[in-house]
Design a protein around this ligand. Structure first.
Ligand code: SF4
Length: 397
């Protein structure tokens, strides 16, 4: 039997931003369930590789790596977790690094530089790689994965391992050589994402979520990403740039993922969809949503919407861009299913991104007018959700 090729998959350390009094201006966010790593580990394992999770986010080590100034305040940038240079760059046949966020770019690049230092290939993916490819190539990445669906993973791993790719390369950018098509020839549908082994699901469990108080009986946390892409095109958002349209899992498949989370021991699930309610605009979609939510409750599980839900799609008009979409009355049955909490199971936390247009309206069609927004929030609160958290993004530099 041929030995499976080993891939070291890195979860990056946490970022800290300390002022001169030693106060960290960023909330420590360690211990989250690993959402995309669970999908990626399952994808690579099903493709015949031996992926190993290396979580650099869990230790107590701190190291300064830069400075920043905001107004009159001087900050020291620190990474927290495990020491990057303790990793042996030759420990695996190839490396995988993912990063979805601009603020982790420098930490990702420090890691890539170290891992590439002894010549092993480093494949890098994630939303920030799509947004800012050149930084990752400059750090020493061998190849970048631009496809978010998972379709490009196995062929690019074959390629960097020196084998003939099982399919023609696409959806990737190479540091050297002829550039393949940046778009995947065939997008992998979330419905077809391999289900995780319970052992993988266990490795990806979490113990915290962004400072939200979670009682012991709801720990550990698990995660699910039940769809990919979005039907809208808000101009401040990266999701439409995945160019995959909107692809939901069926209710049956979604509940299979939940069941595996339960088998792994998870009680509270981070449902991290960018647009879970995208499924509601197709025929039968509202029933699909109700079926999923009832199925989760039947499993005795709780969940939270870490990326929020589109409030306009929880109206009787479902936010559909036709005359009936103008009915902005809250859909109480749907709201109870999505945000209801009965004291034991259901929705524990609702995140509400507080997005308001600064210029024009055209790229903000998902937003409810303010009065209707307030009515919707009242209906959500009545459904019983324990925590509602507003997210305000005030820009970054
Ligand atoms: S609805 Fe949400 S996920 Fe879709 S484009 Fe707008 S912000 Fe992004």
């Amino acid at each position: 039997m041929t030995q499976k090729s080993t891939i070291g998959l890195i979860e990056l350390p946490e970022l800290g931003l300390f002022d001169s009094n030693g106060n960290n201006w960023l909330s420590l966010d360690r211990g989250n369930a690993l959402i995309s790593k669970q999908v990626l580990l399952s994808n690579l394992q099903a493709a015949g590789f031996d992926p190993q999770l290396i979580n650099l986010n869990r230790g107590d080590y701190q190291e300064e790596f830069g400075t920043a100034t905001w107004g009159n305040t001087h900050f020291t940038k620190v990474y927290l977790g495990n020491k990057i240079s303790d990793l042996d760059p030759s420990a695996y046949e190839t490396w995988g690094v993912t990063n979805n966020f601009a603020q982790f770019r420098e930490i990702a690049c420090l890691t890539i530089k170290h891992l590439a230092s002894q010549g092993k290939p480093v494949v890098v993916g994630g939303s920030d790689v799509i947004a800012e490819s050149q930084s990752y190539l400059a750090a020493g990445a061998t190849a970048l994965v631009l496809d978010k669906s998972g379709a490009a993973n196995a062929p690019i791993m074959d390629y960097v391992l020196g084998r003939t790719p099982r399919e023609e390369l696409s959806g990737v950018m190479l540091a050297n050589g002829t550039q393949p098509s940046p778009r995947a020839r065939q997008v992998l549908d979330p419905q077809d994402w391999p289900l995780p082994d319970v052992s993988i699901a266990k490795q990806c469990l979490g113990t915290r979520y962004k400072g939200v108080p979670i009682p012991a009986e709801l720990l550990p946390t698990g995660s699910i990403f039940a769809d990919l892409g979005c039907d809208r095109k808000c101009d401040f958002c990266q999701t439409p740039r995945y160019r995959v349209g909107y692809r939901p899992m069926s209710p049956e498949r979604t509940l299979q993922w939940y069941k595996i989370q339960k088998e792994a021991g998870a009680k509270l699930i981070n449902s991290a969809s960018d647009q879970f309610l995208g499924r509601i605009i197709k025929k039968g979609g509202r029933e699909d949503v109700l079926e999923i939510m009832q199925g989760i409750r039947d499993l005795g599980m709780s969940f939270f919407w870490s990326n929020g839900l589109e409030l306009k799609k929880a109206t009787l008009g479902r936010g559909i861009n036709r005359k009936e979409g103008m009915n902005l009355t809250p859909d109480e049955e749907l709201i109870n299913a999505l945000w209801g909490w009965d004291g034991k199971v259901g929705c524990y936390l609702a995140y509400v991104p507080a997005e308001r247009p600064i210029f024009g309206q055209e790229n903000y069609t998902k937003l409810l007018p303010w009065q209707e927004h307030c009515e919707m929030l009242k209906a959500i609160a009545r459904a019983g959700v324990l925590y509602i958290r507003y997210g305000v993004i005030i820009g970054f530099a």
